[in-house]
Design a protein around this ligand. Sequence first.
Ligand code: GLN
Length: 453
Amino acid sequence: DAYLQAIESANDAINAYVTVTPEKALEMAKASDERIAAGKAGVLEGIPLGVKDLFATRDVHTQACSAVLSRFRPKYESTVTQNLWDDGAVMLGKLNMDEFAMGSSNESSHYGPVTNPWKASGSDQRLVPGGSSGGSAAAVAAHLCAGATATDTGGSIRQPAAFTGTVGIKPTYGRCSRWGIVAYASSLDQAGPIARDVRDAAILLKSMASVDDKDTTSVDIPVPDYEAALGQSLKGMRIGIPKEYRVEGMPEEIEKLWAQGVAWLKDAGAEIVDISLPHTKYALPAYYIVAPAEASSNLARYDGVRYGLRVDGKDIADMYEKTRAAGFGTEVKRRILIGTYVLSAGYYDAYYLQAQKVRTLIKRDFELAFNEVDTVLAPITPSSAFAIGDEALAADPVAMYMQDIFTVTVNMAGLPGLSVPAGLDAKGLPLGLQLIGRPFEESTLFKAAHVIE
Ligand code: GLN
């Protein structure tokens, strides 16, 4: 009730929820009460959560915040959300996001931008919460849910977490099932939680993660008790500081915060090692080939026949064209065009194949680094939250893509990455730091992040 009331009074201003499910929430809460009374409480019993609009939720609108999926109600539940409900969690509703998870500011949603609950001191300007999981991050930061599901293809969990002072983790590729999650770029997409602190994120990820017959890329490795890692000493842990993340024009405040993070981890007993990840600078351009290529293939299914919107035409080709023209937003169309171009016969070798080779090199950089260190500490965003409608970013898509400079490497290599709030900038806005780990060593990230938070 308290969360539903909070949503009722604050959602008009924040726009974090695109669908609220009060009846379902109260019904699930009642079932929770009954299980608690019967002594059968799950680990998340009665905990109210928000769900990114990318996760299929049975009989509840699942629209990826796109007009092309308007009013789509799946008859099935995603594995990740089912895992949460099986542990007793309660669904409050569906959260706003960039259309099809394409974006870094949550401004490409068909349902309008999300307003970051944080404001710069002395200013009334509305700021973005980051993207694409902007609704998830804003809802958690504004106490409109106790935690939220999110997804990260190139930074969409970690960057919004950093912009809203919350904790977000993108687990290792294969840790969570992708079944029932609307696909953006299948070889990069992973689900993870956004939560108020490291402990909550650890508890939520344990519940979300599982091997799943319905997703052949999910991995059959036991899910550890991440919470047990919190509070352990960092003695013997080796932390790598990659020199390539010190990019030109990086604000001094972020540089300082990074140094502060190093000092905290050192104080807790960790050993700091300078490392090199030489192919880092190629990650962003390679990502913006691989991700749109996969998107152009995945989004071909929105043809006006199977899901959501249909705009009638004089024949089937005309119907496809009209449906897609009306249903997809500008950024999504841009990605489909880029993806189709880089996969076309004449350009495949020059772009797509080349990007896949770069991807292997990035992966190898990390493999070599992880021979020497246990985790990597790096910045997460090149700035704190920026204004909604920022003209420079709106006019230049590539400038917006630059937001992802510190996050996409992790997706390209399939590694776990965690964003933890580490301080405020001079404007009083939150800044985060990123921890990157070996495959399936999320516990190491939680342990180190707990020292920083
Ligand atoms: N900003 C990146 C993109 O637009 C990442 C999005 C994501 O992680 N879903 O592709």
